[in-house]
Design a protein around this ligand. Structure first.
Ligand code: NAD
Length: 252
């Protein structure tokens, strides 16, 4: 196949967590490249505002990732709105629990349901829809450095993201015969709204000081790689882990 120009016209993508941060930046970029986008998020105000401001072919679908029924309804609604579904970015995630010794069953369940189980069953619903359409597609999951090295007080989150790493590779194998590629983006420290709301300027600066570029990544810098992996430009890739982290996990 010759070199291709990148256009996502007539393609439809679901972005979980599309109301803010990396998810929102992914929705913006997909829309700018001509795709139809479904912003799937629990935050109705932010999700509605995001869909309205991003573009005409962007819809918000209220989604509770902890409910498997909500995930299948999301895929049906997407097909109803745009006629098909071509890909999925599993971006949303939450942190709960704090220290390992203090983490409760309820915290662990919440983190697993949103960060891991939803990735499993939403990918399953999207894959079934793509197979039924007789088309091909792409899924991009989002991990974290916490899946690859110890981070204090994030054991539930780290475990859920480790699950996403393994799941990505497993699905890349299982879905290959169906023409569905599955890849992983692992972001480094990214200055999203939730991070900026949680950390003080001093804490943000202390983290930046330890990074190679002495600054946080922007959500757009991460979104570029997610969109690349959703597009045919990455058609030679599946089961890959793309570290978008300014070299943070380089062996040294
Ligand atoms: N920001 C970082 O520094 C960083 C670093 C490494 C990995 N990541 C990963 O990148 C991804 C995006 O991070 P972010 O900082 O942009 O996140 P964010 O907190 O800005 O956005 C998360 C979105 O998910 C939505 N959401 C949360 N729970 C939900 C639920 N139950 N159902 C539906 N929607 C729900 C929220 O409403 C929000 O819009 C996450 O997977 C995160 O783990 C982020």
């Amino acid at each position: 196949m010759p070199f291709q120009e990148e256009t996502l016209e007539n393609k439809t993508y679901i972005v979980t967590g599309g109301a803010s941060g990396i998810g929102r930046a992914t929705a913006v970029l997909l829309s700018a490249r001509g795709a139809n986008v479904v912003v799937a998020d629990a935050d109705v105000d932010a999700g509605t505002a995001a869909a309205e401001s991003i573009g005409p072919h962007v819809a918000f679908v209220e989604t509770a990732l902890e409910s498997v029924d909500s995930l299948t309804a999301l895929v049906s609604r997407t097909v109803e709105l745009f006629g098909s579904v071509d890909g999925l970015a599993n971006v949303a995630a939450v942190h709960r629990g704090g220290s390992f010794l203090d983490t409760t069953v309820s915290d662990w369940d919440t983190v697993e349901q949103i960060n891991h189980r939803a990735v499993f069953f939403l990918s399953q619903a999207v894959a079934k829809a793509i197979i039924e359409q007789g088309s091909q597609g792409a899924i991009v999951n989002v991990a974290s450095g916490a899946a690859f090295r110890p981070v204090p007080d994030q054991s539930a989150y780290s475990g859920s993201k480790g699950g996403v790493v393994a799941l990505t590779r497993s699905l890349a194998g299982e879905l290959a015969p169906h023409g569905i590629r599955v890849n992983l983006v692992s972001p480094g420290h990214t200055a999203t709204e939730s991070v900026l709301e949680t950390l003080t300027d001093e804490q943000l600066g202390a983290v930046a000081d330890k990074l190679l570029w002495k600054r946080w990544l922007t959500p757009e810098e991460v979104a570029e790689s997610i969109v690349f992996l959703l597009s045919d430009l990455s058609r030679g890739m599946t089961g890959a882990t793309v570290m978008v982290n300014q070299g943070d996990l380089m062996p040294h």
